[in-house]
Design a protein around this ligand. Sequence first.
Ligand code: C2E
Ligand code: CA
Ligand code: CA
Ligand code: CA
Length: 286
Amino acid sequence: AKAAGGNRFEFADAEADARAITRHGLTTALPAALERGEFFIEYQPLVHLGDGSVYGAEALVRWCHPQHGVLGPDRFIPLAEHTGLIVPLGRWVLQEAVSQARFWHQQTPLGGDGRPLRINVNLSPTQLHHPGLVADTVAVLERSGLEPAALCLEVTESALIGADEDLLKPLRQLAEMGVDIALDDFGTGYSNLANLRRLPVSVLKLDRSFTQGMQRHPADPVDLKIVEGIVSLAHSLELAVTVEGVETGAQAEQLRDLGCDTAQGWYYARPGPPDRLHTLSLADAV
Ligand code: C2E
Ligand code: CA
Ligand code: CA
Ligand code: CA
């Protein structure tokens, strides 16, 4: 038994080594991958909970790695964040997603709510701290001709915990231009709810863990109360509430009854190529 334990230990060790080697390999390969155009974006529709109509999409980056195949962002965003490559990579994502949105506008100008289709782009903490954020965003919008109101930047709740005015200023400037700011993964960061008032955000994205709580039958009454409380607070601050990770019709119904406004999840559509959003929103319009 002792020997087996020892082997298991060595095995686990070897696995950890292999993971570290891959991490190192991926980290060093990132800059060339960006140059060679190995990244691509999938778009996941955002819908109104009321009627399921599409009003926009979130851009989610992937890496088509020559040896490892398609890698999800959880595999490489933390590495890019660590080395600072997230700044040029994030700029590329923004550029790409904004031109895609501009293209949608030329094809299908309006979402189910009669407003131009929205494009949501994730910003990581390093990008938030980067002094070029506002200028880069303005440049991308101007080059593409996309109206600022069609862009929503998603910032995680944890990135803004304890944020001072210096950090909030660029977000405030963007918000004043008409860009929406969403607080991503909301409810996981233990932020002071009263703090919400001073953040330049217009959307709360309720973390997937709440949606998962709705899966149980009956749903935990405490979970329901928490979601109800968040929604009523958000609405009193004139923030819209988007729910993430909706996988079933029952969840969608429950979250709609709790007053959530919009949703995203496999129940509606998985992330996919950009042309599909065009088809989905056309189908809604018919
Ligand atoms: P996120 O911003 O919270 O994005 C939502 C994640 O939930 C996506 O994972 C999406 O594919 C997944 N998802 C959507 N609907 C469902 C569902 O119904 N069930 C389940 N189980 N999952 C669902 P993905 O694409 O793997 O992205 C993971 C994270 O990587 C994102 O989480 C975001 O934090 C980060 N990320 C993605 N693209 C970018 C980017 O361009 N820049 C930065 N900085 N981060 C990005
Ligand atoms: Ca997001
Ligand atoms: Ca999220
Ligand atoms: Ca998340």
